[in-house]
Design a protein around this ligand. Structure first.
Ligand SMILES: [Zn+2]
Length: 248
């Protein structure tokens, strides 16, 4: 499967990247995981606007879901007619979170171009992908993902503090996209995000083949993130950038 990083900026968009968004492709199927602020614009560089087959939303913070509202508008009001509904997997409440972005339109006016499906801990097939989910350690319900296809395995932390479930989801993955919102230092809130060093620890414990640090907050020094993660993870390590393409 092919992974294109659309957005990897943590918590809000940066000058070089939208907020969280990842495009996964296999067998002609396009799955988008998270659609944070600015993602829909950059996504169109890598996929035709209406070519997305399914969306997964990890949690309902704006930097992971707000552009699903933009995409709803695009699919519903396309000039040559509403596009067919595609599945949108997310925590319970995803529709109620996204719908107000359309304004206070009466519900009966909408031909919703999404089929909302609640995520739960477990696994499901989405197109050609086998997608396992588990709860992460974040202040609201948040799912991490493990996606498998044709022997390739990748894991994505979404947003999380230290989390045993992340180590389990990522166990033996070829590739772990792990959030590293914090640098070492005082003032990091517990159970919200990982430091780069902690991201490295989780990757090492899971024995992943490659670690990609993501959800990088624009005010952090990227090289410090890299060096702090390298203290605890000694395998191939890189920092996500918008447009980066990876195979698993
Ligand atoms: Zn976030």
């Amino acid at each position: 499967m092919r992974l294109t990083v659309i957005g990897c900026s943590g918590s809000f968009p940066g000058p070089d990247s939208p907020s969280s968004c990842y495009l996964l492709e296999a067998e002609g199927f396009r799955l988008v995981i998270d659609m944070g602020n600015g993602a829909l614009g950059v996504l169109q560089r890598y996929a035709e606007l209406f070519s997305i087959d399914a969306i997964c939303v990890s949690h309902l913070h704006a930097d992971h879901c707000i552009d699903a509202g933009s995409y709803w508008i695009a699919r519903q009001f396309a000039p040559d007619g509403r596009r067919p509904a595609i599945p949108v997997y997310g925590p319970p409440g995803t529709e109620d979170r996204i719908r107000p972005f359309l304004g206070n339109r009466p519900r009966e006016l909408d031909q919703v171009p999404f089929e909302f499906r609640d995520l739960a801990v477990g696994q499901r097939e989405i197109g050609p992908f086998l997608v396992a989910t588990d709860h992460m350690n974040h202040p609201l319900e948040t799912f991490g993902f493990r996606v498998e296809h044709a022997g390739g395995r990748l894991a994505y932390s979404a947003d999380t503090g230290e989390c045993e479930a992340l180590v389990r989801l990522a166990q033996g993955a070829d590739l772990l996209l792990c959030e590293a919102s914090y640098l070492e230092g005082p003032g990091n809130a517990p159970d919200v995000h990982l430091t780069a060093r902690q991201a490295g620890e989780h990757a090492a414990r899971a024995g992943v083949g490659q670690l990609i640090l993501t959800h990088l907050v624009p005010w952090n020094d990227r090289e410090q993130s890299r060096s702090q993660a390298a203290q605890t993870y000694h395998g191939p390590l890189s920092l996500a950038t918008s447009g980066m393409v990876l195979e698993a």
